[in-house]
Design a protein around this ligand. Structure first.
Ligand code: CO
Length: 139
């Protein structure tokens, strides 16, 4: 496995607008991207830049969003996943599976427009882990 940079930490929130206020006014974030809908993943997304990475704020998009249950358990929101870059998404998926870890579905287009998949948290020490093919601009 070729581990790339930590692309982002995913933070689930019941309200991107409220979270933006926190990250801007409490943490001093100055680069907050425009929120957008990501229907294939059932979430609305907003990236907040940090000096070395990003926070991905995710809010449910529709009642069957995959983060609805998470927010029922964590009504304030909370840390949802971490995302690491890899140079080759298909090679990475094959390596996880060869090591007995479960990929949740096939690679699909993620919030940065490159292919992503998630690894089952039970196979990653309890951490829902997103694997993303490195965006071209970062190479
Ligand atoms: Co993510």
């Amino acid at each position: 496995m070729k581990l790339g940079r930590l692309n982002h930490v995913g933070v689930a929130t019941p309200s991107i607008e409220k979270s933006i206020t926190l990250y801007r006014d409490m943490l001093g974030a100055t680069k907050i991207h425009e929120p957008f809908d990501l229907p294939p993943q059932g979430v609305r997304v907003c990236f907040v830049d940090t000096a070395n990475s990003q926070i991905e704020l995710i809010e449910p998009l529709g009642a069957d969003s995959p983060i609805v249950k998470f927010l029922e358990k964590n009504p304030l929101g909370g840390q949802h996943h971490v995302c690491f870059e890899v140079p080759d998404i298909h090679a990475a998926k094959a390596e996880f599976e060869a090591n007995g870890a479960r990929a949740l579905g096939e690679p699909r287009s993620g919030a940065h427009g490159t292919l992503i998949f998630f690894v089952h948290p039970q196979d990653m020490g309890g951490v829902l882990t997103e694997i993303m093919e490195t965006p071209k601009a970062h190479t």
